[in-house]
Design a protein around this ligand. Structure first.
Ligand SMILES: C[S@@+](CC[C@H](N)C(=O)[O-])C[C@H]1O[C@@H](n2cnc3c(N)ncnc32)[C@H](O)[C@@H]1O
Length: 447
C-alpha cells in the first residue's frame, strides 16, 4: 500500500491548482517541500515558540493551505488533534474562528495561551507582584511523579512558592500565559536531558554516549546546583509576553473553543467549514509521558496517576486488560492482513495498532459529522514501523476517511527533517521520515 511518488522538477514551486492537476493526471502522490512551497511569513510567528511540544506540525503546511484555499473571514476551522495549537494559532491570525480538541491537558493549555489575547502592561505588573511575594509564601507542591528523582529539594521549594504566587497574583485572563511559562520553567530546571522529549535523567556516567552535545548537557546539570529558578521563570514570562504581542494588536479577543476528545466534539452537524490536522501516530508518540513533569506541576496528576490521561490518548502504548482481548477487525482487508502478520511476531503490538485504527475510525467519523458538505480537510500523517513491519498509516487513514465520507483531491509527500519525539525504540518503533499530506473533501451527507 506504499504510495507511488512523483517528484516535482527541481526548483519548482507550483500553486495548489497545478499540484491538483498533476495528481489528477497520474494519481501518484506528488513530492513537495513545504519549506520551499511556503518559505516565509511576516511578521514572524513568535507565539509558536512559547512552549515545547512533541511532533509540532511544520507551520508552513497550514500557512500554505490557508493562503491557497482562501477560506472566508470568520469561517470555522477545526483541528481535532490540536496539540500545541500550531494550526489554530495560524487560523486565528488568518481571521478564522479556531476550534480544536486534544486529550492532553498540557496541549490544551498551550493552545489556550496562544489564543488568549494579553495586555502586556498588566502582565508586567502581575509578574512584578509574583516576584515580590513568592519568597514569603508557603510552597504549594502538587502530586508530581517521582518528584525527588527529577528535582532537588531547593528547586521544588521554589517552584512550589512560585506556583502559590501565580494562584494569588494572576488574573484569569493571563493564567494560561503564566501557567505555560511555569511549565516551561519546570522543564528547564529538572534533571531531565533537554535533548529528549520524554524525560530521561541526565547521567554523568554516560556522558560519553551523549555525542557532540555531551559537554552542554553536563554544563546544564552543573548549573542546576545554583540555578535561580525565579529568574528563569521571570525571563520566560517576559519573553513569552513579547512573543505573543508580536502578532496580537491591542486587546481584541479571539473567540475560540477547545474540547478534550476528537471522538466526542460538542458541535452541531455540518457546522465546520475547514479542518487541518495531524493525528497521533500509532505507538510512536508518547505525548502524555513526554508531558509528565509539566502535568504534575500544573496539578493534572492527582495521586501521581498518568493513566487517566493515557486512556483517552489515541496511539497509546498501554492498553487496558479489556482492550487487549477485543478482536474487532478494522474492516480494511490490507490492514487486517498486516495486523495478523504483526500478531504472529508480537501480539501486543498488533493489538495496539489495531486499537489505533479503530479509534482513528471513530475520530474520522466524528470529523465527518461536524464538517459541512464540500468542506476541505487537510490530513497530515506519516508511516512508521510496528514490530519491524512498515505500517502504512497514511493509506489506512485515507481509506478510513473515505469510508467516513471524504474524497481524496490531492496527495502530497514531504520529507521531514526532524519532528521531536521520534525516538527509535528497540529498532521496532521506527523513525518517520516522510509525511503524507492529503487534501480531502467532505462529500454530500446521506439522507
Ligand atoms: C501529532 S500531535 C499534534 C501536534 C500539533 N499539530 C502541534 O503542532 O502541536 C497529535 C495530538 O493528538 C492528541 N490526541 C491523542 N488522542 C487524542 C484524542 N482522543 N482526542 C484529541 N486529541 C488526541 C495528542 O495529545 C497530540 O497532542
Amino acid at each position: 500500500m506504499t504510495a507511488r511518488v512523483e517528484p516535482l522538477p527541481h526548483g519548482e514551486r507550483p500553486a495548489l491548482d497545478t499540484l491538483i492537476s498533476r495528481f489528477d493526471s497520474g494519481s501518484a502522490a506528488v513530492e513537495v517541500n513545504f519549506r520551499r512551497l511556503m518559505p516565509s511569513v511576516t511578521p514572524p510567528r513568535g507565539g509558536h515558540a512559547i512552549h515545547p511540544y512533541p511532533a509540532k506540525l511544520l507551520v508552513n503546511i497550514p500557512q500554505f493551505f490557508l493562503a491557497a484555499l482562501c477560506p472566508d473571514h470568520g469561517d470555522k476551522l477545526l483541528d481535532p488533534f490540536c496539540g500545541s495549537g500550531t494550526v489554530l494559532y495560524e487560523a486565528a491570525l488568518a481571521g478564522l474562528r479556531p476550534l480544536g480538541s486534544d486529550s492532553n491537558p498540557l496541549a490544551r493549555l498551550v493552545t489556550r495561551a496562544k489564543l488568549t489575547s494579553i495586555n502586556r502592561d498588566v502582565v508586567g505588573d502581575e509578574l512584578a507582584l509574583i516576584m515580590q511575594r513568592y519568597p514569603m509564601l508557603a510552597p504549594d507542591i502538587p502530586d508530581v511523579i517521582n518528584l525527588d528523582y527529577w528535582f532537588s529539594d531547593r528547586i521544588s521549594q521554589t517552584l512550589g512558592k512560585l506556583r502559590a504566587a501565580i494562584a494569588q497574583c494572576v488574573s484569569t485572563r493571563h493564567r494560561p500565559l503564566f501557567d505555560v511559562s511555569f511549565s516551561a520553567t519546570v522543564k528547564r530546571v529538572s534533571y531531565a536531558d533537554p535533548r529528549l522529549s520524554v524525560p530521561v535523567k541526565i547521567n554523568p556516567a554516560r556522558s560519553a554516549r551523549y555525542g557532540a552535545k555531551g559537554d552542554e548537557v553536563l554544563r546544564r546539570l552543573a548549573r542546576l546546583e545554583n540555578v535561580d529558578v525565579a529568574a528563569v521563570f521571570w525571563s520566560i514570562v517576559s519573553q513569552n509576553s513579547r512573543r505573543l504581542r508580536q502578532v496580537r494588536e491591542g486587546d481584541a479577543e479571539i473567540p475560540f473553543t477547545i474540547f478534550d476528545d476528537a471522538r466526542a466534539l460538542n458541535l452541531a452537524d455540518a457546522s465546520i467549514d475547514i479542518a487541518i490536522t495531524s493525528p497521533p501516530y500509532v505507538g510512536a508518540q508518547k505525548y502524555i509521558r513526554a508531558s509528565s513533569l509539566s502535568l504534575g506541576w500544573l496539578g493534572f496528576t492527582p495521586e501521581c496517576k498518568l493513566r487517566p490521561h493515557e486512556r483517552v490518548s489515541i496511539g497509546r502504548e498501554h492498553l487496558g486488560a479489556e482492550e487487549i482481548w477485543q478482536t474487532e477487525g478494522t474492516g480494511i482487508l490490507a490492514a487486517d492482513a498486516l495486523l495478523d502478520e504483526i500478531a504472529a511476531r508480537n501480539p501486543l503490538r498488533a493489538r495496539i495498532a489495531q486499537r489505533y485504527l479503530l479509534e482513528m475510525r471513530d475520530a474520522l467519523a466524528e470529523l465527518a459529522r461536524v464538517m459541512r458538505t464540500g468542506a476541505d480537510l487537510i490530513l497530515v500523517v506519516g508511516p512508521n514501523l510496528v514490530a519491524g513491519f512498515e505500517f502504512p498509516t497514511p493509506a489506512f487513514l485515507e481509506e478510513l476517511a473515505r469510508r467516513a465520507g471524504f474524497a481524496t483531491h490531492l496527495h502530497l509527500i514531504d520529507s521531514i527533517e526532524s519532528r521531536g519525539l521520534m525516538t527509535k525504540r528497540n529498532r521496532t518503533a521506527g523513525v518517520i521520515q516522510q509525511e503524507s499530506v492529503f487534501l480531502l473533501k467532505r462529500g454530500p451527507v446521506d439522507v
